[in-house]
Ligand binder design. Structure first.
Ligand SMILES: *[C@@H]1O[C@H](CO)[C@@H](O)[C@H](O)[C@H]1NC(C)=O
Ligand SMILES: *[C@@H]1O[C@H](CO)[C@@H](O)[C@H](O)[C@H]1NC(C)=O
Ligand SMILES: *[C@@H]1O[C@H](CO)[C@@H](O)[C@H](O)[C@H]1NC(C)=O
Ligand SMILES: *[C@@H]1O[C@H](CO)[C@@H](O)[C@H](O)[C@H]1NC(C)=O
Ligand SMILES: *[C@@H]1O[C@H](CO)[C@@H](O)[C@H](O)[C@H]1NC(C)=O
Ligand SMILES: *[C@@H]1O[C@H](CO)[C@@H](O)[C@H](O)[C@H]1NC(C)=O
Ligand SMILES: *[C@@H]1O[C@H](CO)[C@@H](O)[C@H](O)[C@H]1NC(C)=O
Ligand SMILES: *[C@@H]1O[C@H](CO)[C@@H](O)[C@H](O)[C@H]1NC(C)=O
Ligand SMILES: *[C@@H]1O[C@H](CO)[C@@H](O)[C@H](O)[C@H]1NC(C)=O
Ligand SMILES: *[C@@H]1O[C@H](CO)[C@@H](O)[C@H](O)[C@H]1NC(C)=O
Ligand SMILES: *[C@@H]1O[C@H](CO)[C@@H](O)[C@H](O)[C@H]1NC(C)=O
Length: 815
């Protein structure tokens, strides 16, 4: 097998042409892969130390409901030979993107791991769901759960045991990060809810979820080390951050994931405080397995393992895809794990008890989710579609049985259409531009409107064709896609309307469009813009792509009813937003395969838009802080350092802390109706009311459960408000609660509650926000615990982070 003939795409792994050259490097003979830690240059690391050593790796206990699964897993492990044990923790080339080999004598069929967060990527007859950024924009817990469940049904139907998602790393520290759209929102609370609901849905379907990429995987640039002549010439980027920022931003959503009992966590490519994520004992043994009480297994991102025993002792449980050499993607058939695990146990370097715990962790969720009983076989067509480890790379036979090319889509198209519409964010709507009122003449502009001309499987930034997912391992293979143009034509036909369209951005941008359309001006001009993002590359700008700004200017100069729709990975500056002829703007993000239908439902008012921005749209690109670390021009081995000096101030936390005006704030979105809030009330939990018992600053010590100290998840207060639909059409509001903590270094307001409330016109409803202990606490680095501050805690409720109308104060520590 020639490595260069293999496709380079895998979960969390997409090598560009520059990186591909590494494959041909001769293998280093000096690299044993068993050194403990990277040498640290403390001069460079400066104010940050290195990751503290946290050993040994804690054993799983099955706590939190997996006790029976754990017992079965232990029994299974007790029957394995040492060689079988080594294989249980090591990936092998096979039909899926990741494969654990079968142990036929124990009736264990092996494990099939598949990308990715918005679809089962390596599959035919499977659905492509809305991307994470769209899910976040829905602010809809029920949608998040149902999407997870539906995706889970498809993974299961295809025989995939393990879903490589959902994503909360990147969280979205930087507006430019290439994978933000795979995750949800730069707000950890919103992302935490999305993680929990997705995992609950997925695992309800009997498929294991993998929360990834752990942790602070906040940029793509230099996520992997550079190699020259078989040695590392520059280490991967090191994300250097303080302990409080780690807890309150980046670890927060992973705590929700662990609480939802995610089966797996995937460690990231880059380093944290100088130590590779997949061998950083402080984050794996410390934060994840001890503090959060994680009971599942840690798998490496594809090629993110940089050591054998050192990584194992630091908490890594499974090497994926396995068999890779010490650098790059050379498939050696053994790699850091595999036979080297056997050797390390035999010569006494690795304690067999640790190896046993790795497998117990891998097999506990397998049993706990019932995957040992009647789980479908891997769809044989998977093997034909898998470009990462095609048959020519296999080192062993796979017994592929059952129906090939199973159609697992069920009725998910209807769900995807509904979800796509529920996630669209209406940013501007003037002169009653939307909903459309049966226009008889429609003009459609932009290369994002129509059919895809060169590449159905989103692996490149093609010029012509609508964009409904980004690129890399987080994409999906569409079985069909409903384009905006196609859906508009179908809908307009009901009104016998004229639909003219121009898809060539260059042409539109450089032509007087009045010379294009038939002399009578169209009633409405719809402009479709797109913005690409992909794994392994950070975005280089925040504009829409393909000259889209000029397209808008050209159309709007001639059409006084220009409606702009963006299909985008996330943040765009929208410099034409105040143009008087731009009457409406819809941020449609990446809605999935029913894209056009979802959009038409919103444009024509069959669905009242209810999406809200899961990030901030600034006035200028230069207003954003925390850019990715790029353009390191020096060649020192340790030179790629990223300092998270902004601490808690990312996205709206930063704009609010510095009173920076924004174009559209976090949480903002319009509706075809209007809503009002009233009657904020706060109530202490019954247990603490009437002085029965007082609330302590620190959580009462309790045995750690998945998610950490259970006291952190206890509801201490319930805040209620009345939401009223004051307009003339039915629709959904998204009331949001923000907390102001009297603690230095804390952003002015932080999201700690939201709900999506559907209300008939004129109706009202009481909405409750349960405030858990964690919601009212900050991470105290001295006591290494979450503390509720003394003094008043401010509560603000409104319809966005800057449209706050209901205020209250609580003082939890006053008796
Ligand atoms: C550490 O980095 C500094 C700054 O680049 C450099 O001057 C020094 O030689 C390095 N120390 C070691 C031990 O490599
Ligand atoms: C990183 O270093 C900082 C500064 O020493 C420290 O506060 C933090 O706990 C460290 N985090 C990890 C995961 O090593
Ligand atoms: C894990 O359990 C084994 C016994 O199965 C024990 O020898 C080992 O010390 C335990 N490890 C830890 C970290 O508790
Ligand atoms: C694993 O062990 C073999 C010898 O058994 C060695 O040649 C190889 O380099 C090791 N792999 C890694 C990644 O260290
Ligand atoms: C034990 O085996 C491992 C894996 O092959 C090797 O890296 C290590 O050097 C060996 N240690 C001893 C003491 O032989
Ligand atoms: C292949 O799998 C099928 C179904 O699980 C089983 O009946 C058959 O015995 C297997 N064949 C081999 C050669 O393992
Ligand atoms: C798009 O329009 C430009 C400007 O008119 C033209 O040069 C180019 O050939 C057109 N592209 C296609 C694919 O027709
Ligand atoms: C708005 O559109 C009208 C045509 O409907 C045009 O005459 C006018 O110049 C446009 N306004 C701007 C600011 O471009
Ligand atoms: C656009 O211009 C036409 C003709 O002047 C006018 O009738 C219409 O109301 C304008 N539309 C908007 C949205 O301003
Ligand atoms: C690296 O070089 C580029 C291009 O010359 C320059 O724009 C950039 O500022 C340099 N980066 C640093 C960190 O010096
Ligand atoms: C922001 O505005 C608030 C209220 O006007 C003020 O208290 C605060 O000092 C301002 N902060 C900055 C950084 O200017």
């Amino acid at each position: 097998m020639s490595p260069t003939t293999r496709s380079v795409l895998a979960c969390g792994l997409l090598l560009g042409s520059a990186a591909r050259a590494q494959w041909n490097d001769p293998q280093s003979s000096s690299s044993s892969g068993f050194s403990y830690v990277q040498p640290l240059n403390t001069t460079i690391l400066g104010q940050y130390g290195h990751s503290p050593a946290v050993y040994p790796s804690p054993n799983a206990t099955g706590s939190g409901g997996w006790e029976a699964g754990l017992a079965k897993a232990k029994d299974f492990v007790s029957k394995l030979t040492l060689e079988e044990k080594a294989l249980m923790v090591t990936g092998y080339p096979g039909p899926c993107v990741g494969n654990i080999l079968a142990v036929p004598r124990l009736n264990f069929p092996g494990l099939c791991l598949q990308d990715g967060p918005l679809a089962i990527r390596v599959a035919d007859y499977a659905s492509v769901f809305p991307a994470g950024v769209s899910v976040a924009a829905s602010w809809d817990r029920d949608l998040m759960y149902k999407r997870g469940l539906a995706m889970g049904e498809e993974f299961r139907g295809k025989g995939a045991h393990i879903f490589l998602g959902p994503v909360s790393g990147p969280l979205g520290r930087s507006a430019y990060a290439g994978r933000n759209w795979e995750g949800f929102s730069p707000d950890p609370y919103l992302t935490g809810v999305a993680m929990e609901e997705t995992i609950n849905g997925m695992q309800k379907a009997g498929v294991q979820a993998t929360a990834k990429h752990f942790i602070v995987n906040e940029q793509e640039t230099q996520r992997n080390p550079s190699w020259k002549n078989g040695v590392i010439s520059q280490e991967a980027l090191s994300a250097n951050l303080d302990d409080r920022t780690m807890h309150e931003l980046y670890l927060w959503p992973f705590a929700n994931a662990v609480r939802a009992k995610t089966a797996a966590v995937m460690c990231a490519y880059q380093r944290i405080n100088g130590s590779y994520a997949c061998q950083n004992s402080a984050v794996l043994n410390g934060l994840l397995k001890t503090e959060l009480g994680f009971q599942g297994y840690v798998m490496s991102d594809w090629g993110a393992t940089h050591a054998g025993v050192a990584a194992i002792e630091a908490g890594l449980d499974m090497d994926m895809p396995g068999g890779l050499g010490p650098y790059g993607m050379t498939w050696t058939g053994n790699g850091f794990f595999g036979p080297n695990v056997t050797a390390a146990v035999n010569n006494g370097t690795l304690d067999q008890a640790r190896l046993d715990d790795m497998i117990v962790r891998i097999m506990t969720p397998y049993y706990a989710l019932g995957q040992d009983t009647s789980f479908p076989s891997v769809d044989p067509s998977t093997a034909d579609l898998n470009t990462f480890s095609p048959r020519s790379t296999w080192l062993t036979e796979f017994n592929l049985t059952g129906e090939s090319s199973r159609d697992v889509r069920g009725n998910h198209a209807a769900l995807i259409r509904e979800h796509g519409a529920a996630a669209m964010v209406l940013l501007k709507n003037e002169n009653g531009a939307l909903p459309l009122k049966a226009p008889k003449s429609i003009a459609v502009f932009g290369n994002d409107a129509g059919e895809i001309t060169d590449g159905f499987y989103n692996q490149k930034d093609y010029e012509y064709g609508t964009l409904s997912a980004g690129g890399g391992s987080g994409t999906g293979r569409f079985t069909y896609i409903v384009t905006p143009l196609e859906a508009i034509k179908a809908r307009a036909a009901k009104d016998n309307a004229l639909v003219q369209h121009w898809l060539n951005n260059t042409l539109i941008a450089t032509t007087d469009v009045t010379t294009l359309w038939i002399p009578k001006r169209p009633e409405v001009c719809l402009v479709f813009l797109k913005t690409w993002a992909e794994e392994a590359a950070d975005r280089t700008h925040l504009d829409v792509d393909w000259n889209g700004n000029d397209v808008v200017e050209s159309v709007a100069s001639a059409c006084n009813n220009t409606i702009v729709v963006t299909h985008s990975a996330g943040i765009n500056t929208l410099p034409w937003a105040d143009h008087p002829n731009v009457t409406a703007i819809v941020a449609a993000h990446y809605p999935g395969q029913e894209s056009g239908n979802s959009l038409v439902d919103v444009l024509y008012g069959d669905v009242n838009p209810s999406g809200r921005l899961p990030y901030t749209v600034a006035l200028e690109a230069s207003d954003y802080n925390a850019p990715p670390t790029t353009a390191i021009n020096t060649t020192g081995v340790e030179d790629w350092q990223s300092w998270f000096d902004e601490k808690l101030e990312i996205d709206y936390r930063y704009f609010d802390a510095h009173n920076i005006s924004v174009r559209y704030e976090f949480g903002f979105g319009l509706s075809y109706t209007t809503f009002a809030l009233s009657d904020i009330k706060t109530a202490k939990a019954d247990k603490y009311s009437k002085k029965k018992s007082t609330i302590s600053a620190a959580p009462p010590a309790q045995a750690v459960q998945p998610g950490g100290n259970p006291a952190l998840w206890e509801t201490l207060y319930t805040v209620t408000v009345t939401v009223r639909n004051t307009g003339k059409v039915d629709g959904a509001a998204v009331p949001q609660l923000y907390v102001t903590l009297p603690v230095p270094g804390t952003p002015p307001r932080q999201l700690r509650g939201f709900d999506k409330v559907y209300l008939k016109a004129g109706k009202s409803k009481t909405v409750s926000f349960p405030l858990m202990r964690r919601d009212l606490s900050y991470w105290d680095v001295v006591s290494q615990d979450w503390l509720i501050p003394s003094g008043d805690i401010g509560l603000s409720v409104g319809f966005s982070s800057r449209d706050l109308t209901q205020f209250a104060t609580i003082t939890p520590l006053s008796s």
